[in-house]
Design a binder for this molecule. Sequence first.
Ligand code: CO
Length: 215
Amino acid sequence: MAVDVSIYQQMLLNNEKWVAEKIEKEPSYFEDLAKGQSPKFLWIGCSDSRVPAEEVTGAKPGEVFVHRNIANLVVHTDLNLLSVLQYAVQVLHVQHIIVCGHYGCGGVISSMKNTDFGLVNKWLWNIKEIYFKYREELDAIKDEKKRADRLVELNVREQVYNLAETSFVQKAWVKRELSIHGWVFDLKSGKIKDLDVLVDDPKTLHPIFQYNLED
Ligand code: CO
């Protein structure tokens, strides 16, 4: 299949139009934007093209620090995620971390299959582990779609706790307030569901996950 050059060129044209519109409304827009960022939110979302952090929350450039990967996972050996997290928490001092999954997530659905996806198996294994942990609840849901939707929610919940179980987050809690939230975006309605897994205290964690960071 030939590459469609016109859609690629269109993106650059769209950028020119966007710049012109911004400057028309606010002549110093880009001058101000270039001065620096102080976002209050860190967004950890899925790479899925249908769930752009700013677009679905009405946020503007400069307001949300974003990390996206397949199925919005927080993996403790992922240098990319950990670097984003450390910078967001220790340098930018974000006040809220939002893990946002979405129903119909291809990553979550794929993790429920036995297909060999090659390298991606390693990533999806993290979700298989969550399925295994909640297998009694999930196996009891006969409707496949509903079962996948529930796994999407459980996956978000687990990632919230994975964040809380990092020393970066616990270190921040010693000094100040930092809340972690679990959300699910519904592609069919556009609405975000807050799973109410607000975590803002190390005491909510099992002692084995609590680091000694008092000094
Ligand atoms: Co997804």
